[in-house]
Design a protein around this ligand. Sequence first.
Ligand code: CMP
Length: 432
Amino acid sequence: MRFDQYRSYHVWDVVIALSVTCVAVEIPLRLVLGDVPALRLIALEGAITLILCLDVFVQWYRPESGRHPATSRSSRVAPARVVWFSIDLLAAIPLRLFLSSTILPLVQLAKLARVAQRMQQWRHHAVHHANILRLVFFAYWLLLTAHWLACGWLALNGNTTLTDQVVVSGFRRYLRALYWSITTLATVGYGDLTPTTDAQIVFTMVVMLLGVAIYGYVIGNVASLLANIDLAKRHYLEHMERLGAFMHYRNIPLILQRRLRDYYAYLWENRLGYDEVSILADLPESLRTEVALFLRRDFIEHAPLFKGASHELVREMALQLHPVVFTPGDYIVRAGQRGRHMYFISRGTVEVLAPDGHTVLATLTDSDEFPFFGEHALLFSQPRNASIRAVDYCDLYTLDKDAFDHVLAQYPDFAAEIKEEAEKRNPHPTTA
Ligand code: CMP
């Protein structure tokens, strides 16, 4: 399904949720209050009926969520689809217009199952605000329940007369019934509206029990919901606390402590603490390629080295590159050591130091035409011919020797460019 199609389905779902909510509010209210003039909004009724009728077709032809449209419609109709179809059809018949004095139209409330289903999907798809949505949906169901209980109270001819008033109009009776249901549900129970008949007493007890259960749910969940709203930040802070305790316990020198803290702060600010490699490793091959391409596209698109590179090479590089971060002053490679990796600079500046450790041979940055180093040792199977030191925070990508050999064998043009630059940097390499 295309993105804009997803969007239109989302908008349509919101319209359906609003329409069904109107129906869920109106049917029980009409039933207990009789024909209430204020609710005779014929145009709205007609629009809702039309929308619900249209929804029968929309839902039937809609590709199932999470499935490819091509595979979602098979010749055999799944039983679940038939059940959903019946619910949609039932809700589309405007029973409430013709049979408003019987309880029959209440069956149309089954359509609320659709709303619940969509809410669950929205929560799964909402990457950033899933917890806030959970709170909003909880408030929705709570208000709807309070409304139904108020209607139940009215149906049982519950007392809606406050001490010094004689209430006559339907709206005011409803308002007081709602007041009763909310005070009882919230376990406040002022006792100004009290049950008198046996049925009312039983009903009140059930609502009180429900109130206690909801109260428990709220206390138990809302605190954890609020705590989880910024889960990534909480993880980061926990991690920093553990790190602090560890450094204190092992007497790590203060300067090193500062560097460690700075390193994690840098990671947090730039990557929100997410470990790209482990997230990618969890994904299936096809998704991993797409996500890796997306994550590294900035680097690959902007590095002059990859200008005009074939799509295959870009894909290969996106998959094989691994991100690493170095802090200012870190030695990334040391002269004389054996090399297993080559590095591409995504962000930052490094200094190339001669084997004496002092002479700066060159400075490489992400905006260079050839923003890489460490190729020499891999190309010529020689020890590193220079040391590389990070000048500031450096976001690098590494390519290990196997991947390097593979890429060079597969893409001779790219290999030639790297070799040419390697020879320019070190004119007389002794081949192993
Ligand atoms: P390698 O020998 O694997 O490790 C050290 C790296 O420093 C080397 O590969 C080159 O990539 C890089 N290097 C060495 N000399 C220079 C130079 N003069 N200019 C830029 N980079 C260099």
